[in-house]
Design a protein around this ligand. Structure first.
Ligand SMILES: *[C@@H]1O[C@H](CO)[C@@H](O)[C@H](O)[C@H]1NC(C)=O
Ligand SMILES: *[C@@H]1O[C@H](CO)[C@@H](O)[C@H](O)[C@H]1NC(C)=O
Ligand SMILES: *[C@@H]1O[C@H](CO)[C@@H](O)[C@H](O)[C@H]1NC(C)=O
Ligand SMILES: *[C@@H]1O[C@H](CO)[C@@H](O)[C@H](O)[C@H]1NC(C)=O
Ligand SMILES: *[C@@H]1O[C@H](CO)[C@@H](O)[C@H](O)[C@H]1NC(C)=O
Ligand SMILES: *[C@@H]1O[C@H](CO)[C@@H](O)[C@H](O)[C@H]1NC(C)=O
Ligand SMILES: *[C@@H]1O[C@H](CO)[C@@H](O)[C@H](O)[C@H]1NC(C)=O
Ligand SMILES: *[C@@H]1O[C@H](CO)[C@@H](O)[C@H](O)[C@H]1NC(C)=O
Ligand SMILES: *[C@@H]1O[C@H](CO)[C@@H](O)[C@H](O)[C@H]1NC(C)=O
Ligand SMILES: *[C@@H]1O[C@H](CO)[C@@H](O)[C@H](O)[C@H]1NC(C)=O
Ligand SMILES: *[C@@H]1O[C@H](CO)[C@@H](O)[C@H](O)[C@H]1NC(C)=O
Ligand SMILES: *[C@@H]1O[C@H](CO)[C@@H](O)[C@H](O)[C@H]1NC(C)=O
Length: 592
């Protein structure tokens, strides 16, 4: 019996290895993403936007904890790209993370298949193209990771699940915006805010021109919906609100929150929230859904407002009159920060696993490494406008850091990112944080700019333990929340203020830490954390995938892709083939 499988099992060896990592019992979810330009006029001006399978925004990736997700991304743009799965933790596999520090770009006309397991996660996330400022032209979509049936959720099953992708928007495309930044110019005020790829409802004839398509969310009276709201924009913080409706906050970026009602919530670039919204109004009219620019001169920024419509199935008329007001806090800079501090972790709710979330007592773990990361307004380095983190403007190496490690290449990057901001003149370098595997890192994000910043870390969720105005000091630790600080992956840092996070470095790989504000990111406000298990084992990181792309110093290893044959297998046939292979290999791996 075994002998007859001999040849086949040799062929399937890499598969068996893969299966021991990903558990064959866990189901697969397949997606085909064709990334291309389409013409759309969200603000009434025709422009090229990035669509997925012809849709703008792209389709929602709806999967369940432990699913093996296979997404074949075909690049039909005129430039290289990578898809990043923001908030998806990519346990043991920065190979699939889709940022230039870990993966080579997918050249135009090529395709590349991402394969990862959404391990031990639930919640609301989104994907977006991470290179060349492409997010400013679209290419984004929602990601839902559902709980397994055996894991209860801390609220009754909602009657519907609605994704809202909102963000500031320019009628100039990403190449034009990129050029402005390369020329040392600020992007200026956005032209509007889109909600699900659409412009504002015409709530005011002067402010909104005729002929703009708006988003309508259809609901039934008395029902409760889970509304997942993501800020996928470039750099504008948005205040989100629904006229006459309470937003019961339930989840953010993979953690269940203590459930509290808000009339509006500030959602910063890159952040995701789930609200439970009950349709408890009398439907005498439709209701406005508003996303308005925050911390700006509102009389100048009136046009930078997204307006969609909440339409009850028994609605008696159109929404009319003024929009519900944003918080009036021009003279109270703590209002928004206090709101952020009020977002707490529900420590007794189960996340992805049966044990309650708070069973990991982060407050009693000793910190092993402390980093103060300080951002400043743009500076000039070698005659170019750049942004810095702790005095260093990150330069992406042509050979990804993870690949350089794999092939033991020297000199690609330096493992010398400073624990405190540099005081000398700013410099442009590929300087990376030396993470301590299984360490517990405290990171203080200090915003020395006059604009709001939000920071994101790949590969992890971190605990938000404190934020305040002024300069962080050792004494600030006295104010930390050591009990129910929320675990998430994107956090705001107010201008002239700091935010402190704690992160348990248990995920081996090379992980990006960056500002989510696209312009600051593009200009160098990021670095990576290198987390390596000093023990030689194959258990804590997945092997390099067979389809890894090569570039930079390793470019000679890359075989050309046969573009004509790549298109000959259709998605369905590929799925059948793959499933068959998985079944055969499961049997054989089990027999070995
Ligand atoms: C972007 O805009 C520029 C200038 O308006 C135009 O030349 C270019 O073709 C556009 N690019 C795409 C991909 O649409
Ligand atoms: C490209 O897509 C084809 C199917 O259309 C697939 O067989 C191939 O593995 C993909 N290439 C990569 C590098 O993922
Ligand atoms: C927290 O989660 C528990 C367990 O699911 C739930 O019973 C409780 O209502 C939640 N508490 C709050 C304040 O949201
Ligand atoms: C996601 O998929 C589940 C089934 O796995 C389904 O019950 C649910 O309605 C889907 N959600 C959305 C938003 O499509
Ligand atoms: C529309 O907006 C303009 C400009 O802000 C304002 O002057 C006008 O009063 C608004 N119209 C209505 C009907 O609210
Ligand atoms: C939130 O507001 C709704 C009414 O919209 C109310 O029924 C509910 O009790 C409130 N929940 C909390 C936790 O305050
Ligand atoms: C419906 O609710 C609105 C606002 O709460 C109120 O002004 C209006 O009178 C109500 N209409 C009816 C028919 O009850
Ligand atoms: C907002 O802009 C208007 C128009 O330029 C100006 O008159 C007003 O003083 C500004 N408000 C603030 C608070 O700066
Ligand atoms: C933390 O450090 C203190 C003293 O430095 C030590 O007593 C304590 O056992 C440590 N706690 C843990 C959980 O390692
Ligand atoms: C990185 O940190 C490890 C300990 O975690 C240390 O052994 C190593 O020397 C450090 N590397 C550099 C280049 O500082
Ligand atoms: C920036 O840092 C300098 C020096 O620490 C400080 O004087 C200034 O107030 C800071 N500005 C902001 C906006 O944080
Ligand atoms: C890890 O796997 C590689 C190839 O699969 C093998 O060459 C190496 O010996 C393994 N290392 C350990 C420590 O098991």
């Amino acid at each position: 019996m075994m002998a007859s499988f001999g040849y086949l099992s040799l062929f399937l060896l890499p598969f068996c290895l893969f299966l021991t990592f990903s558990s064959a019992a866990d189901p697969f979810a397949f997606f085909d993403f064709e990334v291309s330009y389409i013409t759309a006029s969200p603000l009434g001006v025709p422009q090229q936007v990035i669509a997925i399978n012809g849709e703008f925004p792209g389709p929602t990736v709806n999967v369940t904890t432990n699913n093996n997700v296979v997404i074949n991304v075909r690049n039909k743009l005129d430039e290289s790209m990578l898809m990043h799965w923001s908030g998806v933790q990519q346990r043991r596999s920065s190979w699939q993370d889709g940022v230039p520090g870990t993966n080579c770009p997918i050249p135009p006309k090529w395709n590349w298949t991402y394969q990862f397991q959404v391990k031990d996660q639930i919640g609301s996330f989104f994907y977006f193209p991470s290179l060349h400022f492409q997010r400013a032209s679209g290419g984004f979509g929602g990601i839902i990771i559902n709980n397994r049936d055996v894991i209860p959720i801390p609220f009754s099953t909602p009657d519907g699940d609605i994704t809202i992708l909102m963000g500031d928007w320019y009628t100039r495309n990403h190449t034009a915006l990129r050029k402005s930044l390369d020329d040392g110019k600020d992007l200026g005020m956005p032209h509007g805010v889109l909600i699900n790829g659409k412009g504002p409802y015409r709530y005011n004839d002067t402010l909104v021109p005729d002929g703009i398509d708006h988003e309508t969310i259809e609901v039934h009276p008395g029902k409760t919906y889970r509304i997942r709201v993501h800020n996928v924009g470039i750099s504008t913080s948005l205040n989100f609100r629904i006229q006459n409706h309470n937003l019961l906050l339930a989840e953010t970026e993979g953690s269940y929150t203590v459930q509290q009602n808000y009339t509006s919530l500030d959602i910063h670039v890159g952040q995701s929230y789930s609200f439970l919204v009950t349709m408890d109004q009398n439907a005498s009219t439709d209701y406005y859904i508003v996303a308005s620019a925050r911390f700006v001169n509102e009389s100048l920024w009136k046009r930078v407002t997204g307006v969609a419509i909440l339409h009850y199935s028994n609605s008696k008329g159109k929404a009319a009159g003024p929009l519900p007001e944003a918080p009036k806090d021009e003279f109270d800079k703590t209002f928004s920060m206090n709101q952020a501090r009020s977002i707490r972790w529900n420590v007794s709710a189960s996340g992805a696993r049966p044990n309650p979330q708070g069973s990991f007592r982060y407050g009693s773990i000793n910190v092993t490494d402390v980093y103060v990361l300080k951002n400043k307004p743009p500076v000039s380095i070698n005659g170019k406008m750049r942004t810095t983190l702790s005095g260093i403007s990150f330069v992406n190496p042509s050979t990804p850091i993870r690949l350089a490690d794999q092939f033991k290449l020297k000199g690609v990057y330096k493992l010398d990112f400073p624990t405190r901001p540099l005081t000398g003149p700013p410099k442009a370098e590929t300087s990376v944080i030396n993470g301590t595997y299984r360490g517990f890192m405290e990171v203080i994000l200090q915003n020395n700019d006059t604009k709001m910043q939000s920071y994101h870390m790949n590969g992890y969720a971190f605990f938000v333990v404190g934020m305040d105005y002024g300069e962080w000091s050792e004494n600030s630790r006295g104010t930390y929340n050591k009990w129910d600080g929320i675990a998430r992956s994107t956090i705001q840092v107010y201008p002239g203020a700091w935010t402190a996070i704690l992160v348990s470095l248990d995920n081996v790989g090379i992980w990006n830490i960056r500002t989510e504000n696209l312009d600051s990111w593009y200009l160098g406000q990021e670095t990576y954390v290198r987390v390596v298990n000093p023990e030689a084992t194959n258990k804590t990181e997945l092997p390099m995938p067979d389809n890894a792309l090569f570039c930079g110093q390793l470019g000679k290893l890359q075989k050309p892709q046969d573009i004509s044959s790549a298109t000959s297998i259709t998605g369905d046939r590929l799925k059948m083939l793959f499933t068959l292979l998985m079944i055969i290999s499961t049997v054989i791996c089990a027999l070995q």
